[in-house]
Structures are given as C-alpha cells and as structure tokens.
Unconditional design. Structure first.
Length: 270
C-alpha cells in the first residue's frame, strides 16, 4: 500500500468529520464564505473548466470519496471513471450508474488507450513523485484533442534552505513526495504534448482553507465529544498533524506555497 493510501485510510473518519467528503481546498472569493461554500466554489471552478458534455468519458484521477465525480454526472449524461488507491474512500463513496470506481493507483490503471475525452486531477498530482510518469500514463488514455484539468498546489521556486525544510516537513505529514514549482509541470506537460489552454493562480483565495481547517479541528472535540478518543489516538500517532495546519497557512502567507488551476489540451501526435 502506498504512503498516501495509508494516510487516507488511517485518517478516513477524521477527515470526513473535519472537512466532509470533499478532500480539497476551498476558494474564498468574497472572503466571508463558509468552508462548505468555499469548497463548492473550487468545485464549480473546476467543473466549469472541465465542461462535461453528454456522451463523454471522463477520468476523475484521485477521486477521493467521489464527490466531484457526482458533480460531473449531475447535469451531464457522461460516464466517469473514478480512481482512488484508498479502500476506505471506495467503501464510503456513494454509487451511481454513471460512475465506475476503480481501487488502483493511476499509474497502474487498466483503462484502454485513447478511451477518455477528458480527465481531471483535483489535488492528486502532488501525490505523484514524478510529473513525467504521471503525464505519460494520462496521455496514453486521452484521445487527441482531449482536455485535461489540473488543480493543485505547488512550491515557489528559489526557496531558502529554511523554507525548503519547512515544506519537506509539511509534505511528509501529508504523504506528499515534495512540492515542486508550477514551471516544472508546465515543462513536463510540453514534453508530453499537452498544450496549455488556461492558467490561473488562486493562491490568495485558497490560503484561508488552512485557517478554516485549524478552527474546525480545535472545535471538533467540543462539538463531537464522542470523537475525543479518536482525536487523542491520532494526536499521539501523528503529533505533527495539528501543528501542520497553521504552518500550511503560514507557507501560503510567506508565498512559498501556491495554488494553480491549469487546463491542457492533448495535441495530436504522429
């Protein structure tokens, strides 16, 4: 089992209690949104970027509990292949006739070549240690002209040794190999014949996610006392988890973490 699969399986209940079944950042567009509204904002931005249409076949790479997959099929009669390597997430996901859940690593998936019209990686790319390997596996599954949406967080370039150390410690807590600059993705995408169609930096709008998560984690024992044994066990097993939340907010504040949305189009190859 991979490191991030162990993390998500081990913290399954805690994650759902803290943040629901949407395991991604929120976007505070107006600034006064609730965490749920902010998470919906990001989901809607990603859905607009993906623009699903009737009859399409789409991959939701690193689908978590399938919340975004359900959003894709809600108003479009398309087929979605939802990929996660977490068995706990598969068990907690809600089934749908247009969604096929796959318990596998994306690099080991069995989807036929050129079978996908579109794909989205909503905060899953950062869990892969090599952009080229990830993009190669994705490119093989996409038809020429297919859209590929990536929404994720990245390190800024030219970090100081102290900043690099902070990100290494935070990455280890979140089972992320290491954060890389967005330019590394753009260069790798070009090598694999993905043409950038759209790119936007959402860092300032995504950063409050970590204030909200820290507040939620502090209030959770008061709101749900029955979870205190679980929280105590988690704190003993993963003492860095709670402190990582304000440190992630600090990383955004210092400008050493960024959040970007990219839309690529797969170029035809000879």
């Amino acid at each position: 089992m991979s490191t991030n699969a162990k993390l998500y399986d081990g913290l399954d209940l805690l994650y759902r209690e803290l943040w629901g079944k949407t395991l991604h950042h929120g976007l505070w567009v107006k600034g006064n949104e609730s965490p749920l509204q902010a998470r919906n904002n990001l989901a809607q931005v990603c859905l607009t970027a993906l623009a699903p249409h009737k009859g399409e076949t789409i991959a939701d790479i690193g689908c978590g509990y399938g919340t975004f997959s359900h959003l894709i099929v809600k108003d479009s009669d398309c087929q979605v292949h939802s990929i996660t390597n977490s068995l706990a997430q598969i068990h907690a996901a809600t089934s749908h006739p247009n969604i096929t859940f796959h318990h596998t690593d994306w690099l080991d998936h069995s989807l036929p070549p050129r079978s996908l019209d579109k794909a989205i990686a909503l905060e899953s790319l950062s869990h892969f240690p090599n952009f080229d390997t990830f993009l190669s596996a994705t490119s093989k599954s996409l038809r020429p002209g297919a859209l590929f949406v990536i929404s994720d967080w990245y390190a800024t370039p030219h970090l100081s040794p102290i900043e690099q150390l902070l990100l290494r410690l935070l990455a280890k807590t979140g089972a992320i190999p290491h954060w890389r600059p967005i330019d590394h993705l753009l260069s790798a995408a070009s090598r694999h014949h993905f043409d950038l169609q759209f790119h936007q930096n959402f860092s300032s709008q995504a950063a409050p996610t970590w204030n909200a998560l820290f507040k939620s984690s502090c209030l959770l024992p008061l709101q749900k006392p029955k979870l205190i044994p679980l929280l105590s066990k988690t704190a003993l097993r993963r003492p860095s988890l709670l402190i990582s939340l304000p440190l992630l907010r600090l990383a955004y504040h210092l400008g050493i973490l960024e959040y970007h949305l990219c839309i690529f189009k797969k170029e035809p190859t000879i």
